[in-house]
Structure formats: C-alpha cells, structure tokens
Design a binder for this molecule. Structure first.
Ligand code: FAD
Length: 434
C-alpha cells in the first residue's frame, strides 16, 4: 500500500505526525511538494527561504532512502495525478488555518473522495491544535490570558521521532528543484531543518535570560526561530519541550503563536476584516507617508531603525514591530492592512495568523483588551533602547549622535545631515513630538 504525504509549511522530518504515521502505516510513502503558482512571487525573501528548506528536506529524505517529489501547479490536481501514477490509496497532510489553506484542504478532500483516496489531516503546525481548547460558551478564546492558562494545563501530544526509512515506490520521478531564487534582504538567514536545529541548540543556553532580556532591542537576544517555525523546519512542540517550565516567558510566546492560530481558525477573515465587533476604523490614506514609513524615512529614529532592520534582514525584533506598527496606525493614523502588506512582503516569518493577528492587536481592532491604549514611540525608544545603540546600528545618518539624544534629533541645535524631520500627521501636534 502506498500513501502520499503532501508537504506545505511543515518542511521537516522530525516530529512530523503526517510523515511518521504514514511511514508506519503504509509500505511505501511518496513525500510531495507542489510549487503553487498562486503563492509564487508574494515575497522574494520567503520564496528563497522556502527553496532552501525544500533542498534540506530533500536531503533529509534521501538520507532515509526516500526523496522529495517536486511538482509545479495546483497542489490538489498534482496530488491526484501523482496518486494515480503511483497507485496510492492514502493522502496525508498537516492541517492549516489560513483561508487559502483551508480552501485547498477542502478541494483536496472533495477530489480525494471522488477518486476513492483516503485523506487524513494531522496536527503539527502548533503545540496545541487550533480548536482543541474552547472556553465555556464560545468556539475559541478571544483573550490571551485565559487561553494561556488552559494551554499550559493541557496534555500535549507525544513528540515523534523521524522515520528511519522512507520507502518510495519504484519508478517515481522526483523532479528537479528550480535554481535558488534571489531574495531581497542581504542579511536574511538561510532556510532548512538542519539550520533550524542548529539555531535552536545554539540559542537554548540563553533561554533562562529571556525573561529579562527579550525586550532589549540592541541586545538582540531572542531566539530568532520564527522563520523556521513559519515554514515548519522546526516543530513548535519540540521547541516547547526543550524548556522545562511550561509557564516560562519564552514558552508563553509559543502560546501567543498558538493563540493567533486558533483565532484565525475561528475568524478566517483576519487579514482583511476587523476582528473586534464595533471597532472604529477611520484611517487616513496618504501614500507618501506610507512610503516613508515602509522605507524607514519617517524621521522618528526608532521607527526607521526597525523598518531598516526589516528590509536588511527580513526580520525585525518584536519590540520594534510593536513600535513601527503603533507608529503607522496610532501616530500616523494609517490603515493596519497597509502595514500587514509591507510586513508580509519582507518578513521571512510572515504568515497570515501571526502577522494580521499582531497588527490588529496593535491597531486596536483585534484581541487587545485595551484597544484605545496610547502610543508614544519616543517613550518606547527610551525604555527599550535606552542608550540608542539599536538606532545607531540601523540608521547610519545618526551614528555620530551619542546616547539617548539619538531618539530625538529634532531637538539638537543642528539637525543631522541627510535625515528627514519627523512626518507630521494633520491635526494637533502629536503627543510623541511634544
Ligand atoms: P522569540 O521572542 O524568541 O519567541 C519565540 C517564538 O514565539 C517566535 O519565534 C514566534 O514563533 C513566537 N512568538 C513570539 N512573539 C509572538 C507574538 N507576539 N505573536 C505570535 N507569536 C509570537 N510573528 C511571526 O511569526 N510572523 C509574523 O508575521 C509576525 N508579524 C508580526 C507583526 C507585528 C505588528 C507584531 C507586533 C508582531 C509580529 N510577530 C510575527 C510576532 C513576533 O514579533 C515574532 O514572532 C518575533 O519577533 C520573532 O522573533 P523570535 O523568533 O526571536 O521570537
């Protein structure tokens, strides 16, 4: 008996429930990845990372006697076609929550039924499956803290070893991986399960310091595992299991990730529609201000530092994401959806649930229980980059300004050359400039 394992954003062999279960239950397994033209070109950074991760997955599968079969086209049509070629009776897939992924899964389910193929979906993209925890009287958790309490108490599934052997049917043509496409960020980390596992091992000794250091933008001591979690090069469960204390601040961040997955599962319009009923949405439209923000030329140094880090590395520190997103929505009054698009273009870890969920939280249209909280980027900068080192690293025009004065160049007797004055939104002087 033969099964196809359709890989999507679960590009690993360790703790992969769909792969492990199929290898145990079937004589032959065909690992498949379909390069979907509908997803191509969305983000050059992520496309490059994806291709690196596919190459690593192929190597790992070959090392186990198998291979990664690569096809181009519609994933549903290609899976059905391959199933006919190899006489498969089963198809396995990791369940996902975005609207696109769910439509794909539904189409696959319909086509499998038509062709008498048995489709099974598996967990693996989150620690706790979306929908597994429900508050009394609701279909999902709207507020993080009670979700976190339930999540930490929940029994987690067992972590799975990689299959020892992957046995392909004879005569399958694996297909070539296209040449590695260029990304846009010169300092983006490379994709792949081996890279991910190395990064995790190297970072774990710093984990006990996470509580004290994670907000220090210049110190840069967070795990930077997010791109690997985004593409499933690491299982979030196996990351969480490496830390003894489930209530620790680091494991709590993995719970935020699960939280937004279960929100997206219940509210698939998260990237376009305000989540909170009755949210006020009177955004301004100002293409010049949006472009200045996206390019890191707003004239507010900490905001520009964050946006330049994003463009240079395809990644941004979480505190800088909060500051840049708060500046776009709460200081400049621009629509969070525009911010989602810019982040999604550059971020290696950009995904629907976490990107839109966090943007809506900042904009006050999402899960924040205090949606009208004020926002002042200079206060934030003074607190989380007290010496200004993060700004000097990313904004070379300001590199000569010592200490925290770098956060307010407009107060200097001679403003620095080549750096713009702060963008002024219409209306009264914003509090952050007073
Ligand atoms: P660590 O601090 O080491 O945390 C470990 C892991 O926990 C991360 O890798 C990530 O998977 C998860 N995590 C941490 N913080 C959050 C959070 N607030 N929400 C959800 N998961 C979290 N994260 C993404 O993975 N993809 C996105 O598209 C994304 N967009 C964001 C947009 C905005 C406006 C904001 C404010 C945050 C966004 N985040 C997103 C969340 C967070 O900023 C990143 O996950 C984090 O900075 C990644 O760095 P790290 O791996 O070093 O995180």
């Amino acid at each position: 008996r033969t099964a196809i394992v359709l890989f999507t954003r679960d590009l690993r062999v360790h703790d992969h429930p769909a792969l492990a279960t199929s290898c145990a239950a079937f004589d032959r397994v065909v690992p498949l990845y379909v390069l979907d033209p509908a997803l191509a070109g969305l983000s050059p950074n992520r496309t490059r990372f994806l291709h690196q991760s596919l190459a690593a997955l192929r190597d790992a599968l070959r090392g186990r006697g198998g291979d990664l079969v690569v096809r181009h086209g519609d994933p549903v049509a290609e899976t059905i076609r391959l199933a006919a070629e190899v006489h498969a009776t089963g198809v396995a897939l990791s369940a996902d929550v975005s609207r696109y992924a769910r439509r794909r899964e539904q189409r696959l389910r319909d086509e499998c039924a038509r062709h008498r193929l048995h489709l099974r979906t598996f967990p693996g993209l989150t620690v706790v499956e979306p929908g597994a925890l429900k508050p009394g009287g609701g279909d999902h958790y709207r507020v993080f803290s009670p979700y976190h309490r339930a999540w930490a108490r929940q029994a987690w599934r067992d972590e799975l070893a990689p299959p020892c052997r992957v046995t392909l049917p004879t005569g399958v043509v694996a297909g070539r991986l296209p040449a590695l496409p260029p990304g846009e960020s010169p300092d983006a980390v490379p994709g792949g399960e081996d890279q991910a596992r190395r990064r995790l091992t190297a970072w774990l000794p710093a984990q006990p310091r996470y509580a004290d250091r994670h907000d220090d933008m210049a110190g840069d001591e967070t795990s930077r595992l997010s791109p690997y979690l985004r593409f499933g090069c690491l299982s979030p469960l196996s990351v969480a299991n490496r830390v003894d204390d489930r209530a620790s601040p680091f494991v709590r961040q993995l719970c935020w990730r699960d939280f937004y997955y279960q929100v997206t599962d219940a509210f698939p319009g998260i990237s376009t529609d305000a989540y909170r009923r009755g949210a006020t949405e009177n955004w301004r439209y100002d293409e010049d201000a949006l472009a200045a923000w996206a390019q890191g030329r707003t004239g507010v140094p900490v905001v520009d530092a964050g946006m330049r880090q994003l463009r240079h590395q395809g990644w941004m520190h979480n505190r800088a994401r909060l500051i840049t997103a708060g500046h776009l929505t709460k200081s400049l009054g621009l629509d969070w959806r525009a911010g989602v698009r810019v982040f999604s273009h550059w971020l290696l870890d950009g995904d629907v649930a976490n990107n839109s969920g966090n943007w809506q939280w900042v904009a006050g249209t999402g899960n924040d229980t205090k949606p009208y909280r004020g926002f002042n980027p200079v206060r934030q900068a003074e607190r989380y980059d007290p010496d200004g080192a993060y700004v000097r690293r990313w904004v070379p025009e300001l590199a000569a300004i010592a200490g925290p004065a770098v956060h307010q160049p407009w107060r200097l007797p001679t403003p620095p050359d080549g750096y713009p004055p702060p963008l002024e939104p219409p209306g009264p002087t914003p509090t952050w400039l007073r």
